[in-house]
Design a protein around this ligand. Sequence first.
Ligand SMILES: NC(=O)c1ccc[n+]([C@@H]2O[C@H](COP(=O)([O-])OP(=O)(O)OC[C@H]3O[C@@H](n4cnc5c(N)ncnc54)[C@H](OP(=O)(O)O)[C@@H]3O)[C@@H](O)[C@H]2O)c1
Length: 430
Amino acid sequence: MNEPFRIAIAGLGTVGRGVVKILQSQPELIRARAGRPVEITAVNARNKSADRGVDLSSYEWVGDPLALAGHDKVDCVLELIGGSDGVAKDLVEAALDNGKHVVTANKALLAHHGLELAQKAEDKGVSLNYEAAVAGGIPIIKSLREGLAANKVKGIYGILNGTCNYILTEMRETGRDFNDVLKDAQDRGYAEADPSFDVGGIDAAHKLALLTALGFGVKPNFDGLSIEGIESITADDIRFADELGYRIKLIGMARCLGGKVFQIMAPCLVPTASALGSVEGVFNAVFVEADPVDKTMAEGRGAGEGPTASAVVADVMDLARGITLPTFGVRASELKDAPWADLSDITAQHYIHLKVLDQPGVIADISAVLRDHQISIESLVQRGRDPQRAVSVVMVTHESGAKAVQDAVADIAKIPSMVDKPTVLRIEHI
Ligand SMILES: NC(=O)c1ccc[n+]([C@@H]2O[C@H](COP(=O)([O-])OP(=O)(O)OC[C@H]3O[C@@H](n4cnc5c(N)ncnc54)[C@H](OP(=O)(O)O)[C@@H]3O)[C@@H](O)[C@H]2O)c1
């Protein structure tokens, strides 16, 4: 087919600019693989006169992004603005309403409104593609929706935020504290001026909600996700974990437990030698366990101009080829309201780090609380010996109920010789 597939781009920042560069630099490769030329017809951003380092002169500049939704020379709208609501949402809704395909990199939008938008796309017979929204350059949406389509997914485990993984890696390699490394990451452009979405686990949780929906055929449930960030991880935790043979990683986990689905975003210990334990720096990785494929993992850059734009253009090429698929792998009406599991449904080994005044009887008090909650200890290490100052007590539990561990630690925190809030992290033997 020689008829071009015509796209409009709303948002010409890091990702939008990257898309323009790919389409301008290798049109022939894209034409050959997509089976027809892909052409940009119209573009939009806030500031028309900004120098974006790419030549936009042959495209129509449209002042209002919503005008792209009804543009008669556009088959597909690329929403590369961002934000869970506002203009991004208005644009995607309007484009779908007008029967245009949509490609977006916007995980926040889909985590919050994915179900309604998937339904709208389906009603209009068009596609809503979002490969770039999860783990940037790693084609995990395509893997789950197509390559693993014949599998029953048992678990998805992801390192889904490069900023967090960079910070945790730097903390381990340099022994520095979280705040120090975060400041450095901001200076180098690896972390936003407002890092709360990244280090608080929210950005990664948006992505996990989409993977859970796709992997388990359930409605995206961001609001039901338990989210913990990496702000309270200390250099001591990283060092203790290292000594025990683990790395601390911010892990998004979605698992099938009996008939229920469990999803959680939290820092965890994973064995140093495991597949996820060796993913360092800004890299992302997604590990999937499914039946019958067994275990599979993909690793790559989760953000940045090249990886993200690569995913956006691949989505566009699929549409140019005529491949349209349901947003979350099954028709929106077939997505289930999963029975959702909570902490009381899962068991795991746990790492517990307490800061205590080194007074006689304190270990006995801690042991008594753990016994009352039926938690047994695999190992206990006390570091330091100074009755005047707090010392670290680090314990690794045997496999125990996660809720029981949480309750026990809440009781331990009430022991008078306890100093600081205890740190509790699951250990995942992935
Ligand atoms: N950057 C990454 O590595 C990455 C990775 C994965 C996913 N994403 C997602 O990709 C999307 C875009 O991210 P980005 O990093 O490219 O953002 P960005 O660099 O901040 O660019 C945003 C673009 O949107 C335009 N824009 C903002 N508000 C607008 C409005 N009200 N009307 C019209 N245009 C508006 C901006 O215009 P001006 O340039 O004129 O200000 C800019 O061109 C987000 O959903 C993000 O979460 C990004």
